[in-house]
Every structure is written in structure tokens, then in C-alpha cells.
Design a protein around this ligand. Structure first.
Ligand code: SF4
Length: 188
């Protein structure tokens, strides 16, 4: 227990006010934003949801503030080393650097479904996230088999990349958008 209030929603918002007044730079505060999981619980329970003024209204949007500050930091070239490594590896492999037995690359993204006889494409597509596709493969297998047993027709993507969700949560907005656009093009 550090009781370090730099990692609280109050500090997240106070930092933004201080930056606006020129008292802090994003480089001074970027590391304070790494511990937020963006769960949104502070937005639900904060008494400042009474919306008594702009500062308080925006205090009730902590997740947006955390996302924006992380994106600003990356835009300014300020990186958290492990997040940067994670995103570089994801960029190289087009999938999250998931640990496990299977090589993480495009050649293996459908290995989990090898014996299920699923087509590529179709009116409905089952998107399987990186961790499920490469590591927790029993989950997508169970989902696919339930859908097959129900007689529901669906296919897999021709070239599925990471959804980009973790990248955008860490502030790597350009990478997240590029991945999402690739997947959208593949769906279409
Ligand atoms: S979004 Fe969740 S983790 Fe982030 S500051 Fe609020 S309560 Fe904490």
C-alpha cells in the first residue's frame, strides 16, 4: 500500500488542468496513468456524477481522460517501455505476443479450428481474439461446436489480425486503427 494519489482519478483530472495551465508537461505525468484498467467503476460510484460544473462533469469521464492522455503521450514520443515492446511485437506478428506452444503468426491463427470443417467467409463470421486463437483454444472450439450443433452457418476470416483493442487502450491509436481497418476490409 503506497497511498500514492498520483494513480487516482482525482490526480488524472488535476494533471489535465495543470497541463492546460502550463504547469506540467505530458512527460511529467504519463507514467501515472499506467495502472488504470479502464474498468469505469470510478465513473459509476463517484459523487461528482452530480454534474455540478465542467470540472466535475469531466471527472466522471475518467476512462476517456486516461485514453486521451495515453494517446497524447505516444503522440509526443513518450513510451512506457513494456507497452512499447508489446505493441512492436504485435505489429510484427499482426497478433498479440501471446505466450504458449503455438507460434503466433498468420499461418497459425486458424489452427484451433483445423478439424472443424469451417469455411472461410460467409454471411456471419466468427472473430476469435488472439488469446483464444493461440492459447485458450478450447473456448473458440466450444463456441464453434455449439453453433454447428445449433445448425448456425458461419465462417472464419481469410486473414484475421489482432482487433487493436489493447493497442488503443495503451495509446497506440494509429496501430489500433490500422489493425481494425484491415479486419473490416477482410470482413467485407
Ligand atoms: S477506470 Fe477503474 S481502474 Fe481506472 S481509475 Fe477508475 S476505478 Fe480505477
Amino acid at each position: 500500500m503506497t497511498r500514492n494519489e498520483s494513480w487516482t482519478p482525482t490526480a488524472f483530472h488535476a494533471n489535465v488542468v495543470a497541463m492546460e495551465r502550463g504547469e506540467l508537461e505530458v512527460a511529467d505525468i504519463a507514467a501515472d496513468y499506467v495502472n488504470c484498467t479502464q474498468c469505469g467503476a470510478c465513473e459509476l460510484r463517484c459523487p461528482n456524477t452530480l454534474f455540478t460544473g465542467d470540472f466535475y462533469r469531466f471527472r466522471a469521464r475518467t476512462v476517456d481522460v486516461v485514453k486521451a492522455v495515453r494517446a497524447l503521450a505516444v503522440e509526443k514520443g513518450i513510451h512506457q517501455p513494456r507497452w512499447q515492446t508489446w505493441n512492436e511485437r504485435t505489429n510484427d506478428r499482426t497478433h498479440e505476443p501471446v505466450l504458449g506452444e503455438v507460434d503466433v503468426n498468420q499461418d497459425h491463427v486458424r489452427d484451433w479450428a483445423a478439424d472443424l470443417g469451417l469455411p472461410i467467409g460467409g454471411e456471419s463470421i466468427l472473430f476469435v481474439d488472439c488469446e483464444a486463437a493461440f492459447y485458450r483454444t478450447s473456448v473458440p472450439r466450444a463456441v464453434a461446436q455449439i453453433l454447428q450443433a445449433a445448425g448456425y452457418e458461419f465462417g472464419l476470416m481469410a486473414e484475421q489480425w489482432c482487433c487493436g483493442g489493447p493497442a488503443v487502450e495503451m495509446g497506440y491509436v494509429e496501430q489500433a486503427r490500422r489493425f481494425a481497418e484491415h479486419n473490416l476490409a477482410d470482413w467485407r
